[in-house]
Design a protein around this ligand. Structure first.
Ligand code: PNW
Length: 473
């Protein structure tokens, strides 16, 4: 409010890091190259049982396993200074466990990282972007607390190999999204629908796994001088009616952000008090003998608190919230006592959940900063889907308007944001949506065996933004 269009800041701060982000399963292909093990997403897509809209798989995807040099060349050409990518866990640990390390798998990521460094592109490494070894899922996956140890063993292998070259690590991509998709809705691998139980158990173990991966770096690898950050996905949850729905918006924030942020970033640690009481009340109303929200021991609370050197956030869209009831009974969605709505005036995109609400971006950046002591932050995913147009003017205006809101958060609100990553470089495998929609600034021709890349208009737009250090009006 009070800032007119002309006076909005358009220049990035100096040393602001601009990059692009991808994830292994969504672009690599080469699903069974060399001795790679089967991942949960390999298993899930191979079922071809309608879970994936076009019954497609990531078997070949964008072939980035073979074309990484070309992809890095594109980033270099566009001027990006950093690349966030993920490692496929079963590619480097084919058995799931650390008793066997794949030489070829490890070599692939060394080649990728070396090529980035040669081109002055800073690697940001995500250890787990949803594709865990299927064999570990057979043993319970994120519902088994042993998964914390298996992940810790994997993290140690990753650090041992790559800590000399990589200075920013993110253990886990979006705990709440992967746990709800995989263990509550069943829309993601492994497709379990234990709503009200599964998503809480999964997040509980994921938080512990994150913390352990952080502590391992801290005690065994800190001499390399790198950092380990916590990543969450967060929509903006804005009150439907500002006069009445402030409480609803606070509850939403605690259930989405607080669920994982409070244990790691608050002074007291543990889950947010309001979440503990709401889930406990619902559970008892429903006849459960204890809360469906698991509990941390005092030692665990201490161990988890403070396990993040930077906050990484993925942001796409917003919701309006008001008191009400949604979701399956029981479920994390339902426990909140909230309904989420979208404003009719919000523009849609190529995917139904993603409405275009630039002001929501500033809203959550400010909210995160003020709730958790304004930690150093990186926005490590932001972008929009369409149905595949080379003249992607809507994508350009999405980036333009969202970036302006981020700059307002930086300059006007003082939010400590250090970098921003475009989701995504290449048209990719979009999980349950397969290849039916496109998020890339570079198109991939899925009809050509070679997966030919072509720059979209938004890629050229980004080249200009990076070269000039500012957003065009
Ligand atoms: C992110 N939602 O996930 C993921 O990190 C990416 O792998 C993915 O490709 C990207 O968003 C775009 O879809 C989300 O439905 C997926 O709320 C879905 C939701 C949120 C985040």
């Amino acid at each position: 409010a009070g800032t007119d269009y002309e006076s909005q800041p358009v220049k990035f701060p100096s040393n602001f890091l601009l990059g692009t982000a991808t994830a292994a399963y969504q672009i690599e292909g080469a699903w069974n190259a060399s001795d790679k093990g089967e991942s949960t997403w390999d298993r899930f897509t191979h079922l071809k049982d309608g879970h994936i809209i076009d019954n497609s798989t990531g078997d070949v995807a964008a072939l980035s396993y073979y074309k990484y040099k070309e992809d890095i060349g594109i980033m270099k050409n566009l001027g990006f200074k950093s690349y966030r990518f993920s490692i496929s866990w079963p590619r480097i640990l084919p058995n799931g466990f650390a008793n066997k390390i794949s030489k070829d798998g490890v070599q692939y990521y060394h080649n990728l990282i070396d090529e980035l460094l040669k081109n002055d592109i800073e690697p940001m490494l995500t250890l787990y972007h949803w594709d865990h070894p299927q064999v570990l899922e057979e043993a319970g996956g994120w519902l088994n607390s042993e998964m914390v140890e298996w992940f810790a063993d994997y993290a140690r292998v990753v650090y041992r190999e790559f800590a000399p070259k990589v200075k920013k690590f993110i253990p886990i991509n979006e705990p709440s999204i992967v746990c709800k998709g995989g263990y509550s809705y069943g829309t993601y691998a492994p497709g379990k629908t234990l709503h009200g139980i599964g998503e809480y158990m999964c997040v509980h173990n994921v938080i512990k796994a994150h913390a352990k991966a952080y502590r391992i770096y801290e005690t065994e690898f800190k001499s390399y001088g790198g950092q380990v950050g916590f990543l969450l996905n967060l929509f903006a949850y804005m009150p439907k009616n500002p006069a009445e729905d402030e409480e609803a918006s606070k509850i939403s924030f605690e259930f989405q952000a607080g669920w994982t942020m409070h244990p790691i970033y608050s002074k007291e640690g543990d889950y947010p008090p309001i979440m503990k009481s709401l889930v406990a009340n619902k559970s008892s109303e429903q006849g459960f003998s204890r809360s469906r929200l698991p509990t941390f021991t005092d030692d665990e609370i201490k161990y988890i608190r403070g396990t993040s050197d930077f906050l990484a956030i993925n942001h796409y869209t917003a919701r309006l919230v008001t008191a009400g009831s949604m979701g399956e009974v029981p479920s994390h969605d339902n426990d909140q006592g909230i309904i989420e709505l979208v404003d009719k005036s919000w523009k849609g995109s190529g995917v139904s959940w993603l409405k275009i609400v630039p002001e929501g971006f500033r809203y959550i950046l400010r909210q995160l900063a003020s709730n958790y002591g304004n930690p150093p932050m990186y926005v490590v995913e932001n972008g929009v889907a369409d149905l595949g147009l080379p003249e992607d003017d809507d994508r350009i205006s999405y980036y333009r308007e969202y970036l302006k809101q981020m700059l307002l958060a930086i300059y006007t609100d003082g939010v400590n944001i250090r970098g921003y990553y475009v989701w995504t470089l290449l048209d990719d495998f979009e999980w349950e949506k397969g290849y039916s929609l496109r998020f890339g600034i570079v198109s991939v021709d899925y009809n050509s065996p070679n997966r030919t890349r072509t720059l979209k208009k938004s890629a050229s737009w980004w080249r200009n933004v990076i070269a000039t250090g500012k957003i065009d009006q």
